[in-house]
Design a protein. Structure first.
Length: 135
């Protein structure tokens, strides 16, 4: 009987360990840190002295927001949130927050698409302000 109890205990421990290992990465995702990081890079973009710097930091912003499977993700650019989850938008459950993050991502995309320094910097500034509200 003692052997059965010991075996049952090991089976339960094994099942618990397996359950933890099989949890999706999103269960450990940190949307808040992804939002903060995206906002920080939007701020860097707004302060960049040239269009290349604005574009680079807006790519970082967008990568943090949408994650590797999202609209506009660029794997050739830095993803400062790669270890934090799947992107702030996919890692956010709240519908209103998700909508606000999508709007900030649209601003980042607009800035990336712009060849005009002042316009791209304004999009970066707007994205930063939108993200600050969601921190």
């Amino acid at each position: 009987m003692a052997h059965f109890a010991s075996r049952s205990k090991h089976v339960l421990i094994g099942a618990a360990v397996a359950a933890v290992l099989l949890l999706p990465v999103a269960a450990f995702a940190d949307a808040h840190s992804e939002i903060v990081n995206a906002g920080m890079h939007a701020g860097f973009a707004a302060g960049a002295p040239d269009i290349a710097g604005v574009h680079a930091h807006l790519h970082h912003t967008l990568n943090c927001l949408v994650g590797p499977h999202g609209d506009g993700y660029d794997g050739k650019e830095l993803d400062p949130c790669a270890q934090a989850g799947h992107g702030a938008i996919p890692d956010t459950a709240d519908a209103a927050k998700k909508t606000a993050l999508e709007a900030a991502a649209a601003k980042a995309r607009a800035g990336i698409a712009s060849g005009e320094l002042a316009a791209a910097k304004q999009d970066a500034t707007d994205a930063r302000a939108m993200l600050k509200k969601e921190e």
